[in-house]
Write a protein that binds this ligand. Structure first.
Ligand code: SF4
Ligand code: SF4
Length: 109
């Protein structure tokens, strides 16, 4: 059976950090403890300076197994303002990845 994971289309990530807050609230994490962290990267490109945001699940991410076992989306996916986070099997997400650009695939195990 395929493992599950998160596919993040970081090109569409606005850096709103709703995923961080949703994860903290879902798991009752205090300030400073995160299941996912949004990293900001300021890069010089051919078109000038660009800002990219890259959400990075931490070791505390368990893919919201208590939610997904009941068919619910992980908290971060549900609350992503840009709908750029996707949950599913690694096999399924890998197929989606081939259709999209600027994506990262995360699997915790
Ligand atoms: S899948 Fe759940 S535990 Fe993992 S980052 Fe998202 S909200 Fe946090
Ligand atoms: S909620 Fe979505 S758009 Fe907002 S920072 Fe997280 S991944 Fe990016």
């Amino acid at each position: 059976m395929s493992k599950n994971g998160l596919l993040i289309e970081y090109d569409y990530c606005t850096g709103c950090r709703s995923c961080e807050v949703a994860c903290q609230q879902e798991h009752g994490y205090p300030a400073g403890k995160f299941g996912i962290v949004v990293n900001e990267h300021v890069l010089e490109t051919l078109k000038g300076m660009s800002i990219y945001y890259l959400p990075f699940p931490t070791d505390l991410c368990n893919l919201c197994s208590h939610r997904t076992k009941d068919g619910q989306k992980p908290a971060c996916v549900k609350h992503c303002q840009a709908s750029c986070m996707h949950f599913g099997s690694i096999d399924q997400l890998n197929l989606e990845m081939k259709k999209r650009s600027k994506t990262v695939l995360y699997s915790p195990d």
